[in-house]
Design a protein around this ligand. Structure first.
Ligand SMILES: [Zn+2]
Length: 145
């Protein structure tokens, strides 16, 4: 794998500038570093393509799961990815959505996002099977992921 220098340069598929920093929701989060237009692509995550079987084994091994199942057979593990969008937190009232295309996970703005706002998506069903407490703090929070 090519070494990527630790610069502020971003991948061509990262369409908007974002910042990864501590989040009130969980661990680190992704924050808009410039105004993001509604419905526009924010960026994407590219990771290691693995089988769903392997994904489920890995999910039991790590406390912090960074795997998305993209079909009944294929999954992507983002553990080794350097794409900032991999830190996107869940919210029950998200301002962005996931779109899985050709084995990549793309993020689109559901509405205009102001600089400094945390970018969130609704994860949908996760490896946590509804056993992880949700701390998104949104009105109408489901309480569990
Ligand atoms: Zn919630």
């Amino acid at each position: 794998m090519a070494h990527r220098p630790a610069s502020r340069e971003r991948a061509p598929y990262q369409k908007y500038a974002v910042e990864v920093r501590a989040s009130a929701i969980d661990g680190q989060g992704v924050f808009a570093a410039e105004p993001i237009t509604a419905a526009r692509k924010i960026g994407e995550i590219r990771g290691e393509a693995i089988s769903v079987t392997e994904a489920r084994i890995r999910a039991t091994r790590h406390a912090r799961v960074m795997i998305v199942e993209v079909s009944a057979e294929r999954a992507i593990d983002f553990r080794r990815s350097t794409d900032p969008m991999r830190y996107t937190n869940h919210s029950c009232r998200p301002n962005a959505r996931l779109d899985i295309r050709q084995g990549r996970v793309e993020f689109y703005a559901l509405r205009a996002i102001a600089p400094g706002e945390e970018i969130t998506v609704n994860y949908g069903p996760t490896h946590h099977d509804g056993k992880l407490a949700c701390r998104c703090g949104a009105p109408g929070c489901a309480g569990w992921i």
